[in-house]
Structure formats: structure tokens, C-alpha cells
Design a protein around this ligand. Structure first.
Ligand code: TEU
Length: 512
């Protein structure tokens, strides 16, 4: 019963540009989020992670921060942030803000100073190397551009490192002044009362001082997906100590974008690094039972067994094609996938709009804005069926998602059979069933209990047990007897389970 809140919590990611506008504008803002918090309360999530809202030239839509201690006027001001935080806490919602410690904007005063001259006292806050303009210091590839991760600075005659856009120079965490500066930023938000941070590119901040070439077999891969060096672990321990010194179980949830769960697990350290880490291999797994069993077993083996740590589950976010679209577009699959997200052992992170069954928006060429091509999953949330979808403008910063006339919050709330109500029922079941939050976990082998297309598992604690079965194949027999608590198609809830699970269907069962 003393599990920390973040082990029981369901997280909800809000991308501020796309959630809601409180000021009748084409981009969302903090006031819009505050006005729509009732949606989160009605749905039944526990914590919000807010993507960046800090002042930014928006080369990477806010992940290029030019001032860590303020709010971009596009989103409001510090007062609107304080109001939002108070409103969250008033509704018993925790609030995480996004910390972007790997890099800043090239317009940040730190980089402007560093770039001004080789002798500037802040020069060494970033990663500079000598050389000639035609040969970068190593073969590292930048994300989004696919070009070199180094840009030649003509004025001062050196290269600077950027794992992402040239407008996002990497900070030099080998410099203790940088450590102090980012710790100061963390204290600023913790003192304001935030419940913790989602840490952007948490695995990227330490760099091997020798800057070795990436291996030939990962040619073309951005270095941001490969950087995995001991320096980072010490830096994360520093952040963890800082956060743990605050009262009230503050949290660091790191984005460790390495495509191996075994490597991701190492960033939990000895209980002294990240409290939680994203684990993206399952996000990239297709709708295939064998592949999912493998991902689930990897999380158990590496995160739970080896590191005695707490997994997270995520199917969609602001960087990737939404899972409904990736799984082929069927709503039935999106409904069944919710049972993976909310039923597996660990903390789920849902991305705003997945509870509506949103697909990626089709983005015409002349409306593409993201250098990483991620516009489709960032389409604005449709709140109603009218042409402005509750935004007060005819066109938002990106096109509306498909079928927004009928697939919007108001319409789905009116329809008890909708996917939105399914998410709500599942979240309610999770809340009232401690086994689903913190219970033990065992995957059920297909031979014992189910056909090969079915992924099934059991969760249990002293209060009881449940079985979850997700059918990624054809109609199948599932050898579990009991009562259906929640069904992905809503059929037969409260009744005995009939033994056959349809293809692309899922059930939560209280076994007999
Ligand atoms: O993403 C980091 C990241 O590694 C992936 O999003 C990226 O797609 C991958 O490296 C490409 O192979 C985080 C944020 O979530 C993202 O929105 C930012 O653009 C990025 O960091 C830079 O801050």
C-alpha cells in the first residue's frame, strides 16, 4: 500500500500547441488547458505531462528553449502557469513539466554568449571542436536533418555539436557550471510546486569525451538514438538527489531514446537515477502477438527482474505516427490496444487524443511545418463538431484530424459505446482494482490459455486477480473462465466470459 503515487498513476501527455485555445487562437495555450481540465477529471487520469511552453524561436516547436524560467507569450505567462498548476492540484492531478537539458536554442543567452568569442566565459558551456570547415570532428548524424551533428561557426572558426537541429546546440555537461545552471532551472520549477519532470533526451546529456565515431553498422542513425555512455549516469544521479530532497515524492521520468530495452533499463540505476523511463521498443512494435510477447518479456526481464524497477507503457506521443494509424487505422485495434496500455504492469502514459481514437491528420505539403515530419500526430484536439471544433478559429495551426465532425470530445461523450467511454471504463476499472495498478504480473503462454494470436496475462494481489487478453489475430478460444469486467467492443460486460475472443478484440476478466 505504500507504493509511490507515480506507480499507481496514469499519465496524460499534453502538447500545448494542440490541446486547446483559451484565447480563440490557432495555437493552444495554458489557459485553454486550464479550461479543459474537467475532461481529464471525467476521464480519470492522475497526472499531466506538459510538453514545453517556454520562450522559444520554435525551430523545434518549443524543444529549442531560449529561456528556461518563463512562459512563451504564445502560451501565456508565469501567472497563467501558476493558475494551471493550482487548478491541477485542486483536481488532484499531478503536473510534470518538460525539462530539456541536452541542448538549448541557439537564441538562448547562454549560447549567444558562448558563440560571441572563443574567450567568452560561457564558451565552454557548449561543445566546441577545432578543425577545418570541410571535415566535421566525427561522423555523428543529427536527428531531423540527417546531416552532420556539427555546424561550423564561421565567426569563431570552430565546430559546435548539435544532436538535433543546428538551432539546438548541445550543452557541455562536463562543465560543472552547466550542471549548476540546469539544477537551478529544476529548483525554479520545483519551488513553484511542480510534481516533477519529463526529461527530454535524458540518455544524451553525457558525452564520451573522446567523441568516438559511431559504428559503421549504424550508418545513417542519428547519434541521439545511439548516445549511451557512463558520464550520463552520474549526471542523472545528481538530478535524482536534487529532486528527492524535495518533499512529496517528486518524479523524474526520462526519455531514453535507445532502441533496446536492456539498455533503457540501465538508466534506472541502482534506484538512484530515473524513477521512470520511457521504453520505446514497444511503441515501435507492430500489431503482432509474437512481437508484443517479446516486448512484454523484455520489460519484465530487464526492467523489473534485473533492475527491480518500474516499467512505463506508451503507444503514442508527439514524435511518432499515432498508434491507431500505425496499426492500420481500425478503431477495433485502437480499442484493444488500450488494454495493453492500461493493463500491463507499469505506469501508462497516454497521449491526448488517443482516448478519442484519433488517427494522424493528413497534412498537405503547404501545411507541413515540422523539420522532423511529425505534424500528423500533432493535429489539434477537436472539442466539438462545429467547424471551429471548439477553438474559436476556422483553421488551427495544423489541419484537423480525420472525421473531426463526428470524432470529437462532445460527440463521443454523448455516445456511451464510443472509444472515449471505453477508455473511461478501463481507467475506472484500473482505479478500483489494485491488482491492475501494483499487482504481480505473469504472462500466460498461448499453449496453456489462448491461441497464438492472443497476448494474455494475469495480475493479482491480496485483494484479487484479473486476466487481460488482447487478440491480435483471428477469432480465438481463450481458456479463462470468469466475468467480463470490460470488453473492447462493450459486449457482454458484467456477464460470464463465453470463451471466444474475436480478432482485434480485448477483454478484462475477473477469473473464477
Ligand atoms: O525527442 C528525442 C528523440 O530522440 C526522438 O524524438 C527523435 O525522433 C529521434 O531522435 C529521431 O531518430 C525529444 C522530443 O520528444 C522531440 O519532440 C524533440 O524534437 C527532441 O527531443 C529534441 O528536443
Amino acid at each position: 500500500m505504500d507504493a509511490p503515487w507515480w506507480q499507481r498513476a496514469v499519465f496524460y501527455q499534453i502538447y500545448p500547441r494542440s490541446f486547446a485555445s483559451g484565447r480563440r487562437r490557432a495555437t493552444g495555450d495554458l489557459a485553454g488547458i486550464e479550461q479543459h481540465l474537467d475532461h481529464l477529471g471525467w476521464l480519470g487520469v492522475d497526472a499531466v505531462w506538459l510538453s514545453p511552453f517556454y520562450p522559444s524561436p520554435m525551430a523545434d516547436f518549443g524543444y529549442d528553449v531560449s529561456d528556461h524560467r518563463d512562459v512563451d507569450p504564445l502560451f501565456g505567462d508565469l501567472d497563467s502557469f501558476d493558475r494551471l498548476l493550482a487548478a491541477c492540484h485542486g483536481q488532484n492531478l499531478k503536473l510534470l513539466v518538460d525539462l530539456v537539458p541536452n541542448h538549448t536554442s541557439d537564441q538562448h543567452p547562454w549560447f549567444r554568449a558562448a558563440r560571441s568569442s572563443r574567450d567568452d566565459p560561457q564558451r565552454d558551456w557548449y561543445v566546441w571542436r577545432d578543425g577545418t570547415p570541410d571535415t566535421p570532428p566525427n561522423n555523428w548524424v543529427a536527428a531531423f536533418t540527417g546531416g552532420s551533428a556539427w555546424t561550423w561557426d564561421e565567426a569563431t572558426g570552430q565546430w559546435y555539436l548539435h544532436l538535433f537541429l543546428p538551432e539546438q546546440p548541445d550543452l557541455n555537461w562536463a562543465n560543472p557550471e552547466v550542471v549548476e545552471a540546469v539544477h537551478g532551472v529544476m529548483r525554479f520549477w520545483l519551488d513553484r510546486g511542480v510534481d516533477g519532470f519529463r526529461i527530454d533526451v535524458a540518455h544524451g546529456i553525457g558525452k564520451d569525451p573522446a567523441l568516438p565515431d559511431d559504428p559503421a553498422e549504424s550508418a545513417g542513425m542519428p547519434h541521439s538514438a545511439l548516445n549511451d555512455t557512463t558520464e550520463t549516469h552520474e549526471l542523472l544521479r545528481g538530478m535524482r538527489k536534487l529532486v528527492d530532497a524535495y518533499p512529496g515524492d517528486r518524479l523524474i521520468l526520462g526519455e531514453v531514446f535507445l532502441l533496446s530495452t536492456e539498455r533503457v533499463a540501465t538508466y534506472y540505476g541502482d534506484g538512484d537515477e530515473l524513477h521512470l523511463s520511457f521504453n520505446f521498443p514497444p511503441l515501435f512494435a507492430p500489431w503482432d502477438a509474437g512481437r508484443w510477447r517479446h516486448q512484454i518479456d523484455d520489460a519484465s526481464r530487464h526492467i523489473v527482474d534485473r533492475y527491480n524497477a518500474w516499467p512505463t507503457w506508451v503507444l503514442s506521443n508527439h514524435d511518432n505516427v499515432r498508434h491507431r494509424t500505425r496499426y492500420g487505422g481500425s478503431e477495433a485495434r485502437a480499442r484493444a490496444a488500450a488494454f495493453l496500455l492500461l493493463g500491463l504492469a507499469g505506469s501508462p502514459v497516454l497521449y491526448a487524443g488517443e482516448e478519442l481514437g484519433l488517427e494522424d491528420a493528413a497534412i498537405p505539403d503547404d501545411r507541413r511545418v515540422d523539420p522532423g515530419g511529425r505534424d500528423g500526430c500533432r493535429a489539434p484536439i477537436p472539442w466539438g463538431g462545429a467547424p471551429d471544433h471548439g477553438w474559436g478559429v476556422d483553421e488551427a495551426w495544423l489541419p484537423w484530424p480525420p472525421d473531426a465532425d463526428s470524432r470529437n470530445v462532445a460527440a463521443l461523450r454523448d455516445d456511451p459505446d464510443s472509444i472515449l467511454h471505453l477508455y473511461r471504463r478501463l481507467l475506472a476499472a484500473r482505479r478500483s482494482t489494485t491488482a491492475l495498478q501494483t499487482g504481480a504480473f505473469a504472462r500466460l503462454e498461448p499453449v496453456e490459455r489462448a491461441a497464438p494470436g492472443v497476448v494474455a496475462w494475469r495480475r493479482w494481489d491480496d485483494a484479487g486477480a484479473v486476466v487481460v487478453a488482447v487478440n491480435m489475430g483471428e477469432d480465438a478460444l481463450v481458456g479463462v473462465e470468469g466475468t467480463v469486467l470490460v470488453a473492447s467492443d462493450g459486449v457482454g460486460e458484467g456477464e460470464p466470459f463465453g470463451g471466444v475472443l474475436g480478432g482485434d478484440r480485448a477483454v478484462l476478466i475477473v477469473p473464477r
